[in-house]
Design a binder for this molecule. Structure first.
Ligand code: ATP
Ligand code: MG
Length: 564
């Protein structure tokens, strides 16, 4: 597993590139890959790995990558998902151009091939219930049992299949199965069901079909029709490959195709503390455990975007984790690390206080309203310029920067102690005013006149804290996010997973004026607090300001990946 300290090796080739190289050597002229999402949910970080893989290989080999909607299950699919998917893809910066396809466009061809299999005695209509068929499939250790319909004559099969298509039968009454081998050690080869009856409206073809092909049948045929050369999928499809090859080999023999795709498996991406199953993500949304598909705690691309991730950081992450055949879990902090570098480089610095406490500078001359201090927008990039901060009598600091009874090693403010206010002066705390519960509400401090930043001062202090002038602040909602799930590897069903109750903390904060004109999705470093993004939905410049914490300034973990 490479980490961020390992420079990319320009000579390095993944096992998939090696296969492609060999295929090219053997005469293949153009690489065609595809990304085939089922439009039954929003895309997530796992999909980003697949998208990055397919699109970047196509680019590397001057080939093309198709976007294909694998829309063969009408009951779960919708245009909302299609649109969200296209939006995510384009946000990531991938453009399939004219190569956008739908498996549903091939329904007629798939049907034609099914009739071909029936006529060849290689498929039959089974009129048993789905449960009976499931029981007869056997287990890993036990061979399957042949259905009584297996020997049904070709004409009856053809007639029944046509009647299935023509809507004469209710859902579940018949299925079409391939006739392969009920004793095969590979369960997928035990006369798999390839068509079922489903009287429901399809988002694209409407009511023109009431039988729908199953994934294993539809996928390989879609690949072959589109001239895909390398069909890259996740490891759980390895055992389906013999079926993929069986179907296509027969269709090639019959002359329907001349060139066949090959299926290659790679490991699925799992990120710690995240679920990347669309079913579970859907549950989180419908049960309102999160605030929609783009909740910033979700690993959906919409969620990551709203959280403040950049497309570059996600692609960088996909590049760094690489492609292998070993299933593993990648630490969420590694994903954050890919972003932090970019944010540190590019984002302007601002000041926000998420939990303010008032400070009165008691010795500030009453005739001076305030004085200007200069804060740089980026400590290392001078061209980003400076902005003004205003030191005066009434300021705010972070409550956590003061301790009534300081613990050893606490170098910030406490009674009788000094601290530097960034870009301004050193102050000394003389007195604390508390509420009736004994909680500090106002600090009475003095400033040391000769200690202004940048003017050379002999007084040295260990603490250096941020602050805001009370006359120059705007209220803002600041949201602090953390992992949604407590478990490192949340693989259980949702009901058994513990939700982190602190995964969202909403603070009523104060921010400097300059942030009043920030626009949606603008990213900043809030000094000492982390990187924040102006929320896509709730952030209204000069009205309700709303910032989401993207990541903290430093990683809390050094560990990068744990293998299973
Ligand atoms: P789910 O099981 O959550 O429904 P899926 O794999 O069925 O996910 P699809 O929409 O069919 O979702 O996926 C489209 C493509 O993305 C497939 O090629 C699939 O292999 C790939 N993909 C999905 N999840 C991951 C993942 N976690 N890591 C890598 N690739 C993935
Ligand atoms: Mg799928």
């Amino acid at each position: 597993m490479p980490d961020e300290n390992t420079p990319p090796d320009p000579e390095y080739k993944s096992f998939i590139q090696k296969i492609m190289d060999e295929d090219i050597k053997a005469g293949l002229t153009r690489i065609v890959t595809r990304f085939p999402p089922e439009p039954n949910g929003y895309l997530h970080i796992g999909h980003a790995k697949s998208i990055h893989l397919n699109f970047s290989l196509a680019k590397m080999y001057a080939g093309v990558c198709h976007l294909r909607f694998d829309d063969t299950n009408p009951s779960k699919e919708s245009n909302e998902f299609i649109n969200s998917l296209r939006e995510s893809l384009s946000w990531l910066g991938y453009d399939p151009k004219e190569h956008i396809y739908y498996a549903s466009s091939y329904f007629e061809k798939m049907y034609e091939f099914a009739e071909y299999f029936i006529k060849e005695g290689l498929a039959y209509v089974d009129s048993q219930s789905i449960d009976e068929i499931r029981i007869q499939r056997g287990t890993l250790t036990q061979a399957g049992t042949e259905s009584v319909f297996r020997t049904q004559d070709i004409d009856t099969n053809l007639k029944n299949f046509r009647n299935m298509r023509n809507g004469l039968f209710p859902d579940g009454s018949h299925v079409l199965r391939l006739k392969i081998d009920m004793t095969s050690p590979n369960i997928n080869m035990r006369d798999p069901v390839i068509y079922r009856i489903k009287h429901s409206t399809h988002h694209k073809v409407g009511n023109s079909w009431c039988i729908y092909p199953l994934y294993d049948y539809a996928h390989c045929i879609s690949d072959a029709i589109e001239g895909i050369t390398h069909s890259l999928c996740t490891l759980e499809f390895q055992d389906h490959r013999p079926l993929y090859d069986w179907i296509l080999a027969h269709l090639k023999k019959a002359g329907f195709f001349s060139q066949l795709p090959r299926q290659i498996e790679f490991s699925r991406l799992n990120v710690t503390h995240c679920v990347t199953s669309k079913r579970k993500l859907q549950q989180l949304v419908t049960q309102k455990i999160v605030d929609g598909w783009d909740d910033p705690r979700l690993p959906t691309l919409h969620g990551l975007r709203r959280r403040g991730f950049t497309p570059e950081s996600i692609k960088d992450f996909c590049q760094r984790i690489g492609i292998t055949k070993a299933n593993n879990w990648v630490e969420y902090s590694y994903l954050e690390e890919c972003l932090r570098e970019q944010l540190n480089r590019e984002s302007q610095r601002r000041i926000a206080i998420i939990d303010p406490i008032r400070v009165i500078i008691t010795n500030y001359p009453p005739h001076i309203k305030e004085e200007v201090c200069h804060a740089s927008n980026h400590p290392l990039v001078e061209s980003m310029g400076q902005r003004e901060a205003f030191f005066g009598r009434n300021i705010f600091i972070e409550k956590s920067d003061f301790m009534l009874n300081p613990s050893p090693g606490f170098f910030r403010l406490s009674i009788g102690k000094m601290v530097r206010l960034r870009y301004a002066y050193i102050i000394m705390c003389d007195e604390v005013m508390c509420d009736e519960h004994g909680n500090p509400v106002t600090l009475l401090c003095r400033y040391l006149k000769d200690t202004k930043s940048g003017h050379g001062s002999d007084v040295k202090v260990k603490g250096n804290i941020h602050w805001l002038n009370a006359n120059h602040v705007l209220p803002a909602e600041v949201r602090l996010y953390d992992h949604l799930f407590c478990a490192d590897q949340p693989v259980d069903d949702l009901e058994n997973l513990q939700i982190n109750k602190d995964s969202l903390i909403v603070c009523k904060g104060l921010v400097e004026r300059a942030l009043g004109s920030s626009i949606q999705e603008e990213r900043f470093q809030f000094e000492r607090l982390g990187y924040f993004v102006a929320d896509r939905h709730n952030h209204i410049p000069n009205k309700k300001l709303c910032f989401n914490r993207i990541v903290s300034l430093k990683s809390s973990k050094d560990k990068r990946a744990v293998s299973t």
